[in-house]
Design a protein around this ligand. Structure first.
Ligand code: ADP
Length: 278
């Protein structure tokens, strides 16, 4: 898009310069499509459980009014559907909150290892119910990064929950923490890898896995209580922390999700040194 030539010096009516305005319309159009798709998907995801709840209410007010057994069964389904809507709304709100602060890097220093340990302790009892043990292999802590504690807890909650949910029951989930001081580019980083031994992800799905509402199997995800937003949230949080999310998967052998974040100490060293005033 090129703006018309503008006279910059109005008083003398002389043309002294020109203003060229370039706007990438393809990117703008793609963004607009994504926004429209997102609203359509979110509405659809909410409408399905809502329609089911409304249907059961009508049945309970009509044909099943005096059937105590049916009432119990229908109420249990309605509770589950209401929970699903509530989880979805929570995830939508989290996503928009994170997006609002997308360009602000968190300023507080947190111990990433303590966060990972805390999440493993929180999820272990639930994992044990499906026969999954979560093993941690990590160096001595603390491992400090600039980060938002709640957001980082959310990252590992989503990744470990997915590993338990989609990994084979009776298997283990391995969480490995490593630090690196010699990566190319000189960035000192910490990597947390969450590995499971489940069916893995077919390679054609990998590039789109972190898109909102993208699922390898919609029925599988819904049955397991998924909203389809977990990995989109993880990706946004990791980006805001100037980190990387890498996914490796060999189909039928499992999946590994790696989160790499800059170490706080190196972040400090990267700051320009300002000479004191003479
Ligand atoms: P959901 O709420 O559906 O779990 P996510 O965004 O967390 O949404 O994950 C997106 C999809 O990626 C899931 O529906 C599932 O198909 C796939 N997925 C995520 N983690 C794993 C894993 N560890 N193993 C296999 N598939 C996975």
């Amino acid at each position: 898009h090129i703006a018309p030539l503008e006279a910059l010096d109005g008083a003398s009516q002389e043309r002294r310069g020109a203003v060229l305005m370039f706007r990438d319309l393809t990117a703008a159009r793609r963004l607009e499509h994504m926004r429209v798709d997102f609203v359509a998907n979110a509405s659809h995801e909410l409408r399905t459980p809502l329609a089911s709840v409304l249907g059961f209410i009508e049945t309970l007010q009509g044909p099943a009014r005096d059937d105590a057994k049916a009432r119990e069964r229908f109420l249990a389904i309605m509770r589950e559907q209401a929970r699903r809507m509530s989880r979805l709304i929570d995830d939508l709100l989290s996503l928009s909150r994170i997006e609002m602060h997308a360009h602000v890097q968190p300023a507080t220093t947190v111990d990433l290892l303590a966060i990972v340990r805390h999440m493993i302790d929180t999820l272990s009892p639930l994992a044990a119910e499906s026969g999954v043990t979560i093993a941690l292999d990590a160096p001595e802590g603390p491992i400090e990064v600039k980060g938002d504690r709640d957001e980082l807890l959310r990252v590992f909650e989503n990744l470990i929950e997915n590993a338990v949910k989609y990994g084979q029951s009776g298997q283990r989930v391995e969480v490995t923490v490593t630090t690196s001081h010699d990566r190319p580019g000189g960035r000192d980083e910490v990597e947390v890898a969450v590995r499971d031994f489940g069916p893995g992800i077919p390679p054609e799905h990998l590039p789109r896995l972190t898109e909102r509402f993208y699922r390898v199997s919609a029925t599988d995800s819904r049955q397991k209580g998924g909203t389809g937003l977990g990995l989109a949230i993880v990706k946004h949080i990791v980006n805001r922390h100037r980190g990387h999310l890498l996914i490796d998967s060999t189909f039928n052998e499992g999946a590994t999700f790696r989160v790499q974040l800059p170490l706080a100490a190196s972040t400090m060293r990267e700051l320009p040194v300002v000479a004191p005033p003479p």
